[in-house]
Write a new protein. Structure first.
Length: 309
């Protein structure tokens, strides 16, 4: 079975954890244990998030002159490389000696007219105090919004249009290689004129890129890993109930938080509607059961309504 796994940034860095190299490596080691369980006998592609990590390189240069500061597509590339390496290292320690794993630096085309560029809403990097947020807005020109009791930088999150390296991904999969690609949603670029490519200040949602990748690869299953057991009705309330099985149309009629579950549901539903194959959303520790269809929230095109678990 060909499976695309979208690994949430929380699998690399738990909520509230400092963005240290050791913390990320420890979490990736735990993630690799679960991924190794489903690698045997399957064609596996891994996409990872980078929300907490991508803001770190940019923040490190925030006191440098404007001309010396990194444009955001550079940290997109850096974190894709570094995180891919860490996953490859830990997963390689668990795979049979004959199974290879490769990280592919991946560029994703976006539309320069995407309305997201006018309404940045994707949180990245570390949290700020109110005073630090005011300084970042004044000195760096960043858009900073409140995130709980703290503040975070937000950037544009345009929709992916095309993944540039699809052919190399297919070549690697044809040789039984586990492919880590489109990390952080991929490095966003636009096409100027007929063919000139330009990097842009944005972060592409990794679940949207994973869904696009899964469609292009004709994957049998899209697995979106997060830090909860699945999609819940009345999330956060005493009446919260897990949705076990649901159709895309039934999910479309419900409301979910725009900054957490909604993008995952949108990506999963898009994949299911376009391909007729199943998507599942759930927790990393349940990934074997999610693939088997006994855990998480499975989204199926022919499902009638929803079933609570």
């Amino acid at each position: 079975m060909r499976i695309v796994v979208a690994l949430g940034a929380n699998a690399l860095l738990k909520r509230g954890e400092a963005a240290s190299a050791q913390a990320q490596q420890d979490n990736i080691r735990l993630a690799a244990v679960q991924l190794a369980k489903v690698a045997d006998g399957n064609s596996l592609v891994i996409v990872h998030g980078n929300g907490p990590q991508v803001g770190v390189p940019a923040s490190q240069g925030k006191n440098a002159p404007a001309a010396e500061q990194l444009p955001l597509d550079a940290p997109d590339a850096q974190t894709q490389d570094m995180t891919g390496y860490a996953i490859e290292l830990e997963l390689g320690n668990l795979l049979p000696s004959g199974r290879s794993c490769a990280t592919l630096l991946t560029m994703v085309e976006v539309n320069p007219a995407d309305p997201a560029f006018k309404s940045p809403d994707k949180p990245i990097g570390a949290v700020f105090t109110e005073a630090e947020a005011a300084l970042a807005t004044r000195d760096q020109g960043w858009t900073v919004t409140q995130d709980g009791a703290a503040y975070r930088r937000v950037v544009a999150s345009p929709k992916p249009v095309r993944i540039l390296e699809m052919q190399p991904v297919r070549w690697l999969l044809a040789h039984s290689t586990i492919v880590i690609c489109a990390g952080g949603g991929g490095i966003p670029f636009v096409v100027e004129g007929e063919r000139r490519r330009l990097g842009v200040e944005a972060v592409v949602d990794k679940d949207r890129s994973a869904a696009l990748l899964a469609r292009e690869l004709e994957a049998d299953l899209l697995v979106i890993v997060t830090d909860v057991a699945g999609v819940y009705l009345d999330w956060g309330a005493p009446s919260a109930r897990l949705i076990r099985l649901v159709s895309p149309d039934a999910l479309d009629r419900l409301d979910f938080a725009a900054d957490s579950m909604a993008p995952k549901i949108e990506a999963a539903c898009d994949f299911v509607k376009r391909t007729g194959h199943r998507a599942v959303i759930g927790a990393l520790d349940d990934i074997e059961q999610m693939i088997a269809g006994t855990a998480g929230t499975s989204i199926k095109r022919d499902q009638m309504g929803l079933v609570e678990g």
